[in-house]
Design a protein. Structure first.
Length: 314
């Protein structure tokens, strides 16, 4: 089954940039506001929150108008712009929430954030300034702890040098030891090589050294898919939020099916959908999805421990 399933997967398309004012970014906002009605228009809220926070500008700060600040920073060194975006997200969104922080609507309503949302906002700000940026997932943190793609970070892309930008960390350019990214051969698990200033100067992928210009951030389809993944993961009474209820599991299933439809190559979404169906008592469907997810992980170069352990029991 795995062989024909993988044969259906096309080569990865070029990553689509989605700067702050783009229609693609607005689509992410609309996805969120469809789930959480009542929030103020996202960009209007962001500009207003920036004005209230940075007017008058503090010493060394940029203009109290967000659009003017972005214009000013577009002509500044890229690392300065990335550091500004790092601090801006932490200041405007002071509350970290795994349960709600992936929703752009809750950012505007409650000042909440989570890793994917903050990475999306950082890359949106950087792209709006004219810098090249994107999003990676993280599978091994700076201390070497592994997860099943448990974290998201923005990446600033300069010529021959990539810089991770992560508002979950105390400093803007951390050294995550394992990232999940795109190549022309498909998604891949990668291990970065860092220079002394925090720049990634190469990646080890399946035993081979790749230069930054040979890899890409995750495409827009994956990012949009991952927002739906978190909606399924965090559904109350759903697959990972006991006590489970039929309504909660149905919500998880619906969100995860959307995630898989948006990017069939997202292994995490397919894996958790399989777990959801298993919790609903649909064993045959669940096993098929879990085997497909396992095949994806293997093709991408790494099978997380949780996935490998679960497959042993099938």
């Amino acid at each position: 089954m795995a062989r024909w399933f993988l044969a259906l997967l096309p080569l990865l398309s070029t990553a689509l940039a989605f700067p702050l004012e783009s229609q693609a970014f607005q689509e992410l906002v609309e996805d969120s506001y469809a789930q959480v009605p009542g929030a103020p228009p996202f960009l209007d809220w962001l500009k207003s929150a920036y004005r209230k926070t940075y007017s008058p500008p503090s010493p060394g700060a940029h203009a109290g108008d967000l659009e003017k600040a972005l214009h000013q920073l577009a002509h500044r060194p890229p690392l300065e712009a990335a550091t500004w975006a790092f601090h801006l997200v932490k200041r405007l969104l002071p509350r970290f929430s795994l349960e709600e922080g992936y929703e752009l609507a809750y950012a505007a309503l409650k000042g909440e954030r989570q890793c994917l949302l903050q990475a999306t906002l950082v890359q949106g700000l950087l792209e709006e300034m004219g810098f090249s940026a994107g999003i990676y997932m993280v599978w091994k943190n700076p201390e070497g702890r592994e997860s099943n793609l448990g974290h998201a970070v923005a990446v600033l892309r300069l010529k021959g040098r990539d810089y991770l930008v992560d508002p979950s960390e105390p400093h803007p350019f951390p050294h995550h030891l394992g990232v999940f990214l795109s190549t022309q051969e498909g998604y891949r698990f990668a291990e970065p090589f860092y220079a002394s200033d925090g720049a990634i100067i190469a990646y080890r992928i399946q035993g081979r050294r790749w230069l930054p210009e040979e890899v890409q951030p995750l495409p827009y389809a994956f990012v949009r898919s991952q927002f739906y993944y978190y909606r399924g993961e965090q559904a109350r009474g759903g697959v990972l939020k006991p006590p489970r209820t039929p309504t909660g599991l149905a919500r998880s299933e619906a969100m995860l099916r959307k995630a898989v439809a948006l990017d069939p190559r997202n292994p995490l979404a397919r894996y958790l959908l399989g777990l959801t169906l298993a919790k609903e008592g649909r064993g045959m469907e669940a096993k098929s999805l879990l085997l497909e997810a396992h095949a994806l992980y293997r093709a991408y170069g790494h099978v997380p421990r949780s996935v490998a352990t679960l497959l042993k029991g099938l």
